[in-house]
Design a protein around this ligand. Structure first.
Ligand code: NAP
Length: 530
């Protein structure tokens, strides 16, 4: 499709109007557009041939249109082109998805752990067998570079593999009784139907991190992916069906987020809400879940400090900060949002870091050597611009970048700001873009105070070669995750989650299972009766 064929007016029912999120046509480079149109067509053709380009919702094992026939455009953020039109669903479809999940719960929860494990393992195998196509789909709808997208498939699939194994380890307990004729047991049982609402920045991994443990425990799910990235979710659901996971165990609805959210929140059949996304929406969901007293886990926004001490290894700190900041163009909840650098190493670090950032190649995620893709939409681009303008107006200095990229669309130059202060917007809130603000500190105490001076508490990073400091600072940081001399710390085997307003509960690792289990105490009395 050429640019002139791109439909710019789209679905208006929900909170977003796509057309207004696309940059003006003037900012678009025509030659770039033609090149990518050809590329996109062959990628979508291949995906269609492999049966992975699904556009309908999945309810009770059947692919279904929205009941009123409405559709929603999914765009490639690198080009603005429409990749596909997907069903735009709402409350009615969600209620039916809940009913099918509720029915399926009866049989799925009664399977042996080994049977559930086999289904999950097969799903993992299929995700890995289609790693390349799924990676291409992520790049198409989300924009991240292909290598990073394929890496997300690896990471996302591993949650399914891990929980296929963990399914067999849901142990209960026998408690020593207080009376001789009694026996006391603790059983762990699946909580029931879970509603899983996920964001656009990890279109696969944020789903598998929830659905993997849910299914392993015996729960069934209704998944609501982001309106920006539903295609990866639908492809993953198709592979779940192919893996033999029974109809109704995994359902997917997308479209009008508030309506879908309301249906999930108000249904007494939904016993668990698991959400990853912004803190603002997370708070609404938490309040909404109170009506039916559901179990809730929330993975919300961060404001990660990345603290570089004078005694750090400069190369390790530069590479770690680079990875922590610029992955996914700065659009992850664990991205370093503030780089706090001690005064003795500040100039050297700023210089080496800026040089490294200058080498980051920006472009369409399918381009050779590209490590920085576009931002997800125009609103994200404008947010980054506002934050940079605010910082500069209050005295920050632009060391590198600081403006829209010449590629147009939603591309933004990888940016380094120095002389940043705690009161600037870039320090207070998640910038969610490729902007690294450098703040200077003098002492360890000051760094800890600056790092903790936020309502967020998801990830933090420290770079130091001092062992005692590593322990002291790790313990003092009010964060759920701490990386020491390392900028990439997420893995399926470790617990992931935030403190303060970054969330509730943990995903990944054995702890991720607890979010989908209820504990039942059984007291067997009068056991000596013959
Ligand atoms: P978002 O706007 O909160 O959206 C997340 C999901 O919630 C989407 O599926 C969205 O649907 C849905 N949603 C929005 N309003 C809703 C409502 N009233 N009821 C029910 N669902 C609703 O967040 P985002 O912009 O997609 O993602 C970025 C945010 O996620 C950042 O703050 C980031 O830090 C956070 N995040 C956190 C983690 C973590 O593990 N802590 C991981 C990744 C991202 P639509 O898109 O269809 O509107």
């Amino acid at each position: 499709m050429t640019l002139s064929g791109v439909a710019r007016v789209a679905f208006v029912g929900s909170r977003r109007i796509f057309a207004s999120h696309l940059p003006s046509m003037q900012s678009y480079t025509p030659a770039f557009s033609r090149q990518m149109s050809v590329g996109m067509k062959s990628v979508t053709d291949r995906l269609r041939d492999s049966g992975l380009l699904r556009t309908q919702g999945l309810i009770g094992g059947k692919w279904i249109d929205a009941y009123d026939g409405k559709t929603l455009e999914v765009h490639n953020p690198a080009t603005g082109e429409v990749i596909a039109n997907v069903s735009c669903m709402g409350g009615k479809e969600t209620k039916d998805a809940i009913s099918s999940a509720f029915d399926a719960f009866n049989s799925w929860s009664k399977l042996t752990a080994a049977e559930r494990s086999k289904g999950l393992r097969k799903w993992y195998d299929l995700l890995m067998a289609h790693k390349e196509e799924l990676g291409q789909l992520i790049t198409l709808e989300q924009g991240k570079p292909l290598k990073e997208a394929v890496g997300e498939v690896d990471y996302g699939a591993k949650f399914i593999e891990f929980y296929a194994e963990e399914a067999k380890r849901v142990y209960g307990e026998i408690i020593p009784a207080t009376l001789p004729d009694r026996r006391l047991f603790v059983l762990k049982q699946p909580v029931g139907v879970a509603g899983a609402i996920t964001p656009w920045n990890f279109p696969l991994a944020m789903i598998t991190r929830k659905v993997g443990p849910a299914l392993a425990c015996g729960c069934t799910v209704v998944v609501k992916p982001s309106e920006f990235t539903p295609l990866t979710a639908l492809a993953a659901a198709e592979l779940a069906l192919q893996a033999g996971i029974p109809p109704g165990v995994v359902n997917v609805v997308m479209g009008n987020a508030p309506d879908i959210g309301d249906a999930l929140l108000t249904s007494p059949q939904v016993r668990k809400i698991t959400f990853t996304g912004s803190t603002a929406v997370g708070k609404k969901l938490m309040a909404g879940a109170a009506g039916t007293v559901k179990k809730v886990s929330l993975e919300l926004g961060g404001n990660a400090p990345c603290i570089v001490f004078d005694d750090a290894d400069l190369n390790v700190a530069v590479n770690g900060a680079l990875a922590a900041k610029f992955r996914n163009s700065g659009q992850t909840c664990v991205c370093a949002n503030r780089v706090l650098v001690q005064e003795g190493i500040y100039e050297k670090f700023a210089d080496a870091f800026s040089k490294a950032v200058k080498n980051l190649k920006v472009g369409d995620g399918f381009g050779e050597g590209v490590v920085q893709g576009p931002l997800i939409n125009k609103a994200a681009l404008e947010k980054v611009e506002t934050f940079v303008e605010d910082a500069v107006s209050k005295g920050a200095k632009v060391l590198l970048g600081g403006r829209r990229h010449s590629l147009g669309m939603t591309f933004y130059e990888p940016t380094v700001l120095s002389n940043v202060k705690s009161e600037m917007l870039v320090s207070r809130e998640e910038v969610f873009g490729p902007v690294a603000p450098l703040l200077c500190f003098k002492t360890e105490e000051e760094a800890i105070h600056m790092a903790n001076d936020t309502n967020a508490g998801l990830a933090a990073y420290i770079f130091t070669n001092n062992l005692q400091r590593t322990w002291r600072v790790s313990e003092a940081l009010e964060y759920g995750l701490v990386g020491v001399n390392e900028g990439l710390i997420s893995t399926e085997v470790a617990p992931f989650g935030g403190v303060k307003q970054s969330g509730l509960g943990r995903e990944g690792s054995k702890y991720g299972m607890d979010e989908f289990l209820e504990i039942k105490y059984v007291c067997l009395g009068d056991m000596n009766r013959k």
